[in-house]
Ligand binder design. Structure first.
Ligand SMILES: *[C@@H]1O[C@H](CO)[C@@H](O)[C@H](O)[C@H]1NC(C)=O
Ligand SMILES: *[C@@H]1O[C@H](CO)[C@@H](O)[C@H](O)[C@H]1NC(C)=O
Length: 300
């Protein structure tokens, strides 16, 4: 089953153009997870990529669930306006690039600000690198510090655990690395979630299920790339694995064209999605009110 699934993705993956002019060489995750890694330049017009289906009108202001896309590239405010006009409520922004020793992706700040201006919420996720000289914890701190220093009120962080071939370390070391990231995030006062799938989690951690605290789940389930390979846009197909008895977010579509970008599509239940927070900062003898963009909060 796993094998067939992989072959299906491999087939799709190998038929994608990879030599577009502006495409950075980024082999990370290529076969299994092209969409999240943005091997493809979002503005490059690839006819083979299918348009994302429209969100039905009656679902756009659903009191129970909302739609989101992942972003790991440069965006503009009009990109975000376009997402909002198509019924999306938030973006998942990649804040850590695994290249080299990992680095904070400054485009994340730009996208978070653009999303806020367009009235969308944002969440951040990181693509960690177990081969980096930075520890897992330090990869989390790097992201937190950069967001915090730029005035973002970070509440939660999602950690990508996909593409088993990129986890070049013995299984106990991988588990320790993941644990270290979770621990650091919690020490920083953040809620933590993992972005993975049943098979990724099994391959990478052996199905590890012994976290000492609550860790949220964002799982992906697609049959391949593009709109035709989407699964149902609900969490009904979730089945428990690892430590998770329930999921918070599902990625049901990958590599689809939307508003001139190439994105993955997600759905989640709405509980709490405040887009900003008023904080009081000391200034002389007074406290000044300042509104800070808030990142994270789905599922909290
Ligand atoms: C992860 O880090 C190692 C060591 O710095 C580097 O060689 C490798 O290219 C990085 N991986 C990715 C996917 O960028
Ligand atoms: C689960 O984790 C706790 C503390 O982190 C540890 O004491 C316990 O031995 C672990 N259980 C298993 C089955 O590994």
């Amino acid at each position: 089953m796993k094998f067939l699934f992989f072959l299906a993705l491999l087939h799709f993956g190998s038929s994608l153009p990879t030599s577009a002019p502006k495409v950075p060489a980024e082999p990370w995750n290529f076969f299994e997870k092209v969409p999240v890694e943005q091997v493809i330049d979002p503005d490059y017009n690839i006819p083979a990529i299918q348009d994302a289906p429209e969100i039905p009108m009656e679902e756009r202001d659903s009191p129970t669930h909302a739609y989101s896309v992942d972003i790991a590239f440069h965006t503009t405010v009009s990109d975000m306006d376009c997402l909002r006009d198509h019924g999306y409520k938030s973006v998942f922004v990649r804040a850590l690039n695994p290249s080299g020793n990992t680095y904070f992706d400054k485009e994340a700040l730009n996208t978070i600000n653009n999303a806020y201006d367009a009235g969308l919420g944002s969440e951040i996720y990181i693509t960690p690198n177990i081969s980096s000289a930075r520890s897992g914890g330090d990869q989390v701190s790097l992201v937190y510090q950069n967001l915090h220093d730029n005035g973002i009120n970070v509440r939660s962080i999602w950690i990508q655990v996909t593409s088993p071939s990129n986890w070049e370390a013995p299984m106990p070391v991988r588990i320790e690395f993941i644990h270290d990231m979770i621990q650091r995030a919690q020490d920083l006062g953040l809620a933590v979630g993992i972005y993975t799938s049943f098979y990724d989690w099994l391959e990478i951690t052996g199905g590890f299920n012994n976290f000492s605290s609550q860790v949220f789940l964002w799982y992906w389930h697609v049959l391949g790339m593009g709109a035709d390979a989407e699964t149902i846009p609900t969490l009904e197909d979730f089945r428990p694995f690892g430590p998770w008895k329930q999921a918070t977010i599902k990625q049901f579509g990958q590599v689809e064209k939307l508003c001139g970008m190439i994105v993955n599509r997600n759905v989640y239940g709405i509980l709490n999605q405040q887009k900003s927070k008023i904080i009081h900062i000391p200034s002389g003898n007074a406290l000044v009110e300042k509104e800070m963009i808030r990142v994270g909060g789905i599922g909290l």
